[in-house]
Every structure is written in structure tokens, then in C-alpha cells.
Design a protein around this ligand. Structure first.
Ligand code: UD1
Ligand code: CA
Length: 457
């Protein structure tokens, strides 16, 4: 059996982050770092994944849920000590262990596949993923012997001046043959600058026992960025953003200014969509083709069809079909579905509503908990009065209704198809189809109310 299991170290506090949140839960492009690492392990076939938790462990477990198994490391005595904790669940595993750190969120499926292939080809007991870094400061250095084979890894704090000149670093990602790993862990010692058990010492232990340790160097050193500080968190964010933007441009999406365009790597955008600056697409967002998005627009968990123009607006957890015009200053809230050719403009909020084809809410409206038909025109300032202080009620506006400006529709209420609501009405009763409803005081005119006396001092 050559089954691969993932083992992810995520127990550390991340002291250098100066945070109450465990380091691995800090987000890069909208997802916790440890989640990105877990997904990388899954992407190369690790169906079973064990996460070592400690500081903030309950939070990590709650975040990842049943996507992983958990082992607690009560005291954080180093990466080697963390791996020792996993022996209780993986000690009998026959196959390969992909060991990853929860703070290296940029690693890709492709690189891990290459690491695995290299490990299988060389038949080594362990393979370390290494990278060449112009500035290797802070990383463990790969020390090779005269024959250029890997001999050991030395940490920044333990290295001699000569050793620290080495630019090949340990990325903290490894493949181990499970059977070879566990006996070595018994031999780890904390006789080092940090007084910790280092997993990196397994390399020299294996080599001394006459086993082969192989190294596979990734060409993209960005992938191995380990996030230990807020600065590195921002660097990770930037690298991932650039990677995502580049892939989108290569796939036919125009980014007017990639430097101010924030798209999560999971987001899908179809070709010939043009994205203007200061636009954020995040979460489970899928955008079709030939749309114009932004500037100043945020879409979070939104499904967008084709040929829409959405600018200066915020939408979340909703669906926008095709050929719509949205913005400026529109807020689309959860469970809203906009059909084709809808137009929503200036200062309009829509929540939990289904809006039919060709319908328009052009200005200053709140439409909540509503079922709106097709070709409806909602006049400026119209409000669905959906909340009585205790419960929410629905408003139904059927096809081709015309609602005059500044009207209140007090739910539950139905406005029948092809009917008209006079401007300034407060509608509390259902309006039948093709009716005209007034719900306002009659205008009173007092003629000649103004006299010459009105103008005297
Ligand atoms: C580690 C490596 C270093 C490598 C670097 C790559 C060791 C000794 N050093 O250093 O060679 O270049 O990663 O990024 O392994 N953790 C635990 N329990 C602990 C300690 C750490 O679970 O007791 C976890 C942390 O949560 C973190 C990961 O292990 O996700 C790495 O620990 P960290 O302290 O960041 O190691 P580095 O100093 O970066
Ligand atoms: Ca680290």
C-alpha cells in the first residue's frame, strides 16, 4: 500500500503575529492559511488528513470541521514534538506521509505532485521540498555533502556563519515513508538554540542510519513563503493575488488595473469580462462572460451570468442573471435573485427578493422579502414595509405593475398585475389586477389664502 496521508502542523501560537487568533487561522485571499494547506494536501490525493492542534485548537477544529482528524499537542515543544503526537493515529500507517506546515498557504498542487513523483522515483526514505531564496533569513538551510546529497538541515538560530550563507532552504514540506519516520522521532533531542524538538533533525538521523534523503527544489520560491509575521501575511496575500490575476488575464479577462483588483483564487470569471479598479470578488463567486464589473464593487458569494454591468455596488449571497445594469450604490443582500434585463440604480437595497425580467428599481428604494414580477417599474423612494416589529412579511408585486414615487407597500400585501399605485401612497390592502390604487390624503387647496396682509411686516 502506498496510500498518502496528510499531516499538517498547526499547533503553534505564532508569537510573531501578535494576535489572539492562532496563526494558521489568519486568512490569505479570504481563506484561513491552514485551510489552503489542507486543500493542497487533498488536491494530491491525501483523503485522510491529520491536523496537529494546540494553541487555539478548538477554533482550528471548528473552522476545518470534519474535513480532518485532530491530535492535540498540549505544549508546543517544536515541530518534531508536534509530529510525535501523530504516532498515536498514524503509527501503523503503511504508506507515505505528506508533512506540511499550516503556515505555508501558497504551495500548489503542481509542486506537491512533483515532490511526490520525485520521492517515488528516487526511492528515498524521505524527500524534502527545498527552494532557492535570495534572502534565506529565518529558514532552515539545506546542508549537502561533497557528493551534493542532503546531509542535514540547520536552523537559522543554530547555523554557523558558513552554513547561513546557503541559499537553499527547507520549505517545511516533506514526504516520509511512514515506517522510516516513527523510529527516528524517538531519537530527536532538544539540544539546540531553541530548546525544541526539530522535525528537521530527522534528516540527519536517517542519513546517519544509511538511508537516502532526497531533496526536490521548487523553481517558484514564492510557494514556500512561511508566514510568521503580519508582513509575511501581506506578502502572501500579494503573491496569491498576482498569481490569480495573471491566470485570469491569460484566460481572457481584462483587468484594467491588476494592482487594485482583489479576486480570490477560487472565483471563476469568464472571458471578455472587464474588471475596473477597486473591485473585490470573493468567496463562492462565479462570473460569466462579457460583464463589466466595477469600479468600486464587491461581490461575495454571488453568481453572475453574462453581459451585466455592475458598478460602485456591493452584493452578497445572491444571483444576478444576464443583461442587467446595477449601480451606482446598490446593496444586494442574501437570497436575492435578479432575472434578465433588470435595472437597479442609485441607492437601492434589495433583500431576499425574486425580481422578474425587465423590472426596474431605478432610485432610492428598499425592496425586501418580495416577489416582483416582470416589467415592473418601481418609482423613486418606494419602500416595502416588511417588518411589523416582530415578524417579516412578504410583498407580492405582479407583472407590469407601475408603482408611483414615494409609496409604501405594507406587507403582507399583493399588488395585482398591470395595476397602478399612485405616487405617495401607503398601500395596506391588496390591489386587484388593472386597478389604480390611491392611499394618501386628498389634496386640499385653500384659494386666496394669501392676502396683502401676509406680506406686511
Ligand atoms: C520551520 C522549519 C524550518 C523551515 C520553516 C519553513 C523546524 C525546526 N524548522 O521553521 O526549517 O525553513 O519551517 O517555513 O521545523 N508547530 C506546531 N507545534 C510546535 C511548533 C510548531 O504545531 O510545537 C507548527 C506551527 O503551528 C507552524 C509549523 O509548525 O504551522 C512551523 O512552525 P514554525 O514555528 O513557524 O517554524 P519555523 O521557525 O518557521
Ligand atoms: Ca514558519
Amino acid at each position: 500500500m502506498n496510500e498518502l496521508v496528510g499531516l499538517i502542523l498547526a499547533a503553534g501560537k505564532g508569537t510573531r503575529m501578535k494576535s489572539k487568533l492562532p496563526k494558521v487561522l489568519h486568512k490569505v485571499a479570504g481563506k484561513a492559511m491552514v485551510e489552503r494547506v489542507l486543500e493542497a494536501a487533498q488536491s494530491v490525493g491525501a483523503q485522510r488528513n491529520v491536523v496537529i492542534v494546540g494553541f487555539g485548537g478548538d477554533d482550528v477544529k471548528a473552522y476545518l470541521g470534519d474535513r480532518a482528524e485532530y491530535v492535540t499537542q498540549l505544549e508546543q515543544k517544536g515541530t518534531g514534538h508536534a509530529v510525535q503526537q501523530a504516532e498515536s493515529v498514524l503509527g501503523n500507517h503503511e504508506g507515505l506521509i505528506l508533512l506540511l506546515c499550516g503556515d505555508t498557504p501558497l504551495v500548489t498542487q503542481q509542486t506537491l505532485e512533483q515532490l511526490l513523483a520525485h520521492h517515488k522515483e528516487t526511492g528515498a526514505a524521505a524527500t524534502v521540498l527545498t527552494a532557492y531564496m535570495d534572502n534565506p533569513y529565518g529558514y532552515g538551510r539545506i546542508i549537502r555533502n561533497e557528493a551534493k546529497s542532503v546531509e542535514r538541515i540547520v536552523e537559522e538560530k543554530d547555523g554557523t556563519l558558513d552554513e547561513l550563507k546557503v541559499h537553499e532552504v527547507n520549505t517545511g514540506m516533506y514526504i516520509f515513508n511512514s515506517k522510516e519516520l516513527w523510529p527516528c522521532l524517538e531519537q530527536l533531542s532538544d539540544d539546540n538554540a531553541q530548546g525544541e524538538l526539530y522535525i528537521t533533525d530527522v534528516v540527519s538521523i536517517l542519513v546517519k542510519a544509511g538511508k537516502t534523503v532526497s531533496a526536490y527544489m521548487t523553481m517558484d520560491s514564492d510557494e514556500s513563503l512561511g508566514v510568521n509575521s503580519r508582513l509575511q501575511l501581506a506578502q502572501a496575500e500579494l503573491i496569491l493575488r498576482n498569481r490569480t490575476n495573471l491566470a485570469l488575464m491569460e484566460a481572457g479577462v481584462t483587468l484594467v488595473d491588476p494592482h487594485s483588483t482583489y479576486i480570490a483564487p477560487e472565483v471563476v470569471v469568464g472571458p471578455d469580462t472587464i474588471i475596473y479598479p477597486n473591485t473585490t470578488l470573493e468567496g463562492n463567486t462565479v462570473v460569466g462572460t462579457n460583464n463589466i464589473l466595477g469600479p468600486n464593487t464587491r461581490l461575495s458569494n454571488v453568481t453572475v451570468g453574462d453581459n451585466n454591468h455592475i458598478h460602485d455596488s456591493y452584493a452578497h449571497d445572491c444571483e444576478i442573471k444576464n443583461d442587467t445594469v446595477i449601480g451606482p450604490f446598490v446593496h444586494l443582500r442574501p437570497d436575492t435573485v435578479l432575472s434578465d434585463k433588470v435595472k437597479i440604480g442609485n441607492f437601492v437595497e434589495v433583500k431576499n427578493s425574486v425580481v422578474g425580467e425587465g423590472t426596474k428599481f431605478p432610485h432610492l428604494s428598499y425592496i425586501g422579502d418580495s416577489d416582483v414580477g416582470s416589467k415592473v417599474n418601481i418609482g423613486c423612494g418606494t419602500i416595502t414595509v416588511n417588518y411589523d416589529g416582530k415578524k417579516k412579511h412578504r410583498t407580492t408585486i405582479e407583472d407590469k405593475v407601475f408603482v408611483g414615487c414615494n409609496s409604501n407597500l405594507v406587507a403582507p400585501v399583493t399588488v395585482g398585475s398591470e395595476s397602478y399605485v399612485a405616487a405617495g401612497s401607503t398601500i395596506t390592502k391588496d390591489v386587484p389586477s388593472r386597478a389604480l390604487a390611491f392611499g394618501r390624503a386628498r389634496q386640499v387647496v385653500k384659494e386666496n389664502w394669501v392676502t396683502e396682509d401676509t406680506f406686511k411686516k
